[in-house]
Design a protein around this ligand. Structure first.
Ligand code: NAP
Length: 303
């Protein structure tokens, strides 16, 4: 099987290079090989590679910046997935795509299920939702995974931001009224691989079938609790310069930390559909955090 992976250098894309490899020949593209802002370029790449599977891990992910660049965010997050879906349909290929918890407004008190109404609060969430709709409208075979709060050793994320801040500051304020599941990029890639393995073994998608799944780690927390967990774990891992630990992280409200884009207060995703359909169980994010910090510590020491 020939697999076209887009976004190979992102957090999830980097991990997918590993988890897709056992499924076939992976043609991995970054921005240089395939710019998602260029629909003709996208079509040319797909037509040259002729994949049986397209995995799109590239996206415009700068949530706040998207508020001032709505057109570019829409090109990458909304229009490009539609183009990919059209090209996949022409080839009879499956399209795997990723979306976000930010399609919800966060007012629900329980975890969100896939059939809940969407109501994005910002440009990023709105463009990601439009991308989902574009894929569905084309009507080829597709799987969309909505995930949340992605972290990993490669790429930019909340964990790295906290570790950077505590090199300079002896106290921090982090919001405690937004709840979600930190989700390891490695877990997203592994689950994607597992789902593909089950589909190849017989659980095939009908032509025109579009599946939507929540994919997030277990054990949702607030950003504040996540920051505290990062610092507690970093303290146990040799090699981090820490001017403060979890006790110096103050819990603040979203109102005290205004950002250009509004974010959902409740980002919890119920993953039962994914777990039932593919006989999986979403694990806790904490062991992944420990491994990430060990890896970062080794890197700092030049290993
Ligand atoms: N990060 C999160 O917390 C989060 C949460 C929920 C859902 N998601 C979704 O999960 C998926 C993977 O996210 P991630 O965290 O792995 O994102 P990421 O680390 O920001 O990676 C995104 C990748 O997309 C590439 N990209 C951006 N604009 C492009 C363009 N015009 N043409 C080609 N490539 C372009 C980036 O390339 P450059 O490196 O060149 O910029 C980057 O490699 C995305 O669909 C995202 O919306 C992420």
């Amino acid at each position: 099987m020939t697999i076209l992976l887009l976004g190979k250098d992102g957090q999830v894309g980097w991990q997918l290079q590993r988890s897709l490899a056992p499924h076939g020949d992976v043609v991995a593209c970054g921005r240089a090989e395939c710019d998602l802002a260029d629909p003709d370029g996208i079509r040319a790449v797909v037509r040259a590679v002729r994949p049986t599977l397209i995995v799109n891990a590239s996206a415009y992910t700068a949530v706040d910046k998207a508020e001032s660049e709505p057109e570019l965010a829409a090109q990458i997050n909304a229009h490009a997935p539609g183009v990919l879906a059209e090209e996949a349909k022409l080839l009879g290929a499956l399209l795997v795509h990723y979306s976000t918890d930010y399609v919800y407004d966060g007012t629900k008190t329980a975890p969100y299920v896939e059939s809940d109404p969407t109501a994005p609060q910002g440009v990023y969430g709105a463009t990601k939702l439009a991308g989902e709709a574009a894929i569905r409208t084309v009507g080829g075979k597709s799987i969309i995974f909505r995930t949340s709060w992605v972290f990993g050793a490669r790429g930019a994320n909340f964990v790295k931001t906290i570790l950077r801040l505590v090199r300079e500051r002896d106290q921090l304020g982090v919001v405690n009224d937004q709840i979600g599941s930190p989700t390891p990029a490695a877990l997203i890639a592994t689950v994607t691989g597992n789902v593909l393995a089950m589909l190849r073994r017989g659980q095939r998608l009908e032509s025109g079938e579009n599946r939507l799944y929540h994919l997030a780690a277990a054990n949702p927390v607030s950003w504040h609790a996540f920051a505290c967990a990062v610092l507690a774990q970093a303290r146990q891992t040799q090699g981090f310069e820490l001017k403060c630990g979890p006790e110096a992280v103050r819990a603040i409200s979203t109102a005290e930390y205004p950002t250009p884009a509004r974010r959902p207060a409740n980002s919890r995703l119920d993953c039962s559909r994914l777990e039932q359909d593919f006989d999986l169980r979403m694990p806790d994010w904490q062991p992944y955090l420990a491994r990430m910090l060990q890896l970062l510590a080794l890197k700092q020491h030049g290993y």
